[in-house]
Design a protein around this ligand. Structure first.
Ligand SMILES: NC(=O)C1=CN([C@@H]2O[C@H](COP(=O)(O)OP(=O)(O)OC[C@H]3O[C@@H](n4cnc5c(N)ncnc54)[C@H](O)[C@@H]3O)[C@@H](O)[C@H]2O)C=CC1
Ligand SMILES: O=C(O)C1=N[C@H](C(=O)O)C[C@H](O)C1
Length: 261
């Protein structure tokens, strides 16, 4: 006979979603309640006053943040001070903000997750780009997103440009154009990596990393068509922040799922 008396049902993780009316926030509010082991206690909107923020944070273990690079840092700091673990998707955050999150999470003895992209194929694109960066001298990134995206370039493009420059240990070759007849036509540049941002309606997310070697080209492309499938990945990140021994900031969805090298 099954002994149910000693079986312990773990308490669900209490989650608050920041920016519940945004594109990602809506997907989280709809999808996270269906994820096993999670209980969504509510949303935290921009218009919420101090009292409302304090109340919702007091009722949460984890805050899922898909908001705006200008407002996210203060919210994250407040959540960490309240002992609430952040899962951060907001792009365009400065490295100092991530370091502050890491420091505060360590002070509190809790976990946190930041990922430039919560998708498996996107993480693979970033990994593959890191490999190619060791061997090929020229690279440009083209990213396309919906026209209401707040930041440019995308967080993923920025992350990849920095990572590829670091992996290579020197700047990529950035050919000089003799005469540019339109300002900005060569895009932004980091470490010799040119980055071009396209903004048009209806594109969820698109990244291309175009390498060039000697008489050959390599293109790695990631394209996403919806937001619903972020939900299980974000749920995994929520679980990760609560996992025993996880203290401080875990960086990247690959680290969340333990993607092998
Ligand atoms: N890491 C990843 O995999 C992904 C990251 N993102 C990033 O997530 C962020 C949000 O993207 P979307 O949902 O498309 O933007 P959105 O503009 O549709 O939604 C953002 C929402 O956050 C709210 N908001 C802003 N500041 C707030 C605050 N302090 N407290 C509560 N709510 C606040 C806004 O009112 C808005 O409703 C962007 O930075 C985007 O780049 C988006 C998709 C995937
Ligand atoms: O704003 C978005 O939508 C996305 N932003 C992320 C980024 O800035 O890299 C990731 C994804 O491409 C969707």
């Amino acid at each position: 006979m099954l002994n149910t008396a000693s079986a312990q049902v773990p308490e669900p993780i209490r989650v608050v979603v920041a920016g519940p009316n945004g594109r990602m926030g809506r997907a989280m509010m709809e999808g996270l309640p269906q994820q096993s082991g999670l209980h969504v206690v509510g949303g935290l909107s921009r218009k919420d006053d101090d009292e409302a923020i304090a109340a919702v944070l007091a009722a949460a273990d984890v805050i899922v943040d898909f908001t705006h690079p200008a407002t996210s840092p203060a919210l994250l700091e407040r959540a960490l001070d309240a002992g609430v673990r952040p899962v951060i998707g907001t792009s365009g955050l400065a490295e100092e903000v991530l370091e502050l999150v890491d420091g505060k999470a360590r002070e509190q003895g809790i976990g946190a997750v930041w990922a430039p992209h919560f998708r498996l194929a996107a993480v693979l694109m970033i990994r593959f780009a890191g490999i190619a960066a060791r061997y090929l001298d020229h690279v440009e990134i083209i990213e396309a997103h919906h026209s209401t995206k707040a930041d440019a370039p995308s967080g993923v493009a920025r992350t990849m440009a920095r990572m590829m420059r670091d992996v290579r240990g020197s700047d990529f070759v950035d050919p000089t154009v003799e005469k540019e007849t339109l300002d900005g036509v060569r895009g932004g540049v980091h470490g010799g990596v040119r980055v071009h941002s396209i903004r048009v309606p209806d594109i969820v997310g698109w990244h291309e990393v175009m390498f060039s070697g000697d008489q050959e080209q390599l293109t790695i492309r990631h394209h996403e068509t919806g937001r619903e499938s972020y939900v299980p990945a974000v749920a995994a990140a929520v679980q990760k922040t609560m996992a025993p021994g996880v203290i401080g900031l875990v960086r990247g969805y690959d680290a969340v799922i333990g993607l092998a090298d």
